[in-house]
Write a new protein. Structure first.
Length: 176
């Protein structure tokens, strides 16, 4: 049975390049992607270049553990160093935010706590799935965003173009 999952993508090292690469990899594995806008924000937790962030929705029959392993592989394939500090610059960060309406701590915390605390996750979630209800607090993502203190983090949408047809061809060529 397919489950709808939501994934956050972020990068602050050649961010446009790595977001596009991450999207191509996700498209290769899942087919059709539901995409939020891309948002630029200041680094959180450390001094560094601004991040580009977005949220992607996909339907999958992979387990939570299989998804987490796949995301780690995609990150590493895109230059992410194994064991790098949490609050540090990165080429690509993929985090599983939601797996259907599952609430769990194993193998990862779901729903991911940063949905409620980080504007760069909540705003794209509200854009992509405004009427979806957060499974722990039972409030829609749009309402959560409307009530979020927007003075906590500076965040703004940016123009971003990703061509999935070309990306699909590139992914196919890269896998040969």
């Amino acid at each position: 049975m397919l489950s709808r999952v939501y994934i956050s993508l972020g990068s602050n090292i050649e961010p446009e390049r790595y977001l596009k690469s991450g999207l191509s990899d996700l498209s290769y594995h899942f087919g059709k992607l539901l995409l939020s806008s891309v948002y630029e924000s200041e680094a959180v937790g450390f001094k560094g270049c601004n991040f580009l962030n977005m949220v992607v929705g996909v339907d999958t029959d992979l387990s939570i553990g299989e998804l987490v392993s796949l995301f780690k592989k995609i990150e590493q394939d895109n230059g992410r160093l194994v064991g790098a500090k949490k609050f540090a610059p990165r080429t690509l960060d993929l985090d599983l935010l939601l797996y259907g309406d599952k609430v769990t701590l194993d193998p990862v915390e779901l729903p991911r706590a940063e949905i409620l605390t980080n504007a760069f996750v909540l705003w794209p979630m509200a854009e992509l799935a405004p009427d979806l209800t957060h499974p722990s607090v039972n409030i829609s993502y749009q309402t959560l965003w409307d009530e979020y203190d927007k003075n906590q983090q500076r965040l703004w949408p940016i123009p971003f173009v990703w061509a999935p047809a070309l990306a699909d061809e590139a992914s196919t060529l890269n896998s040969l």
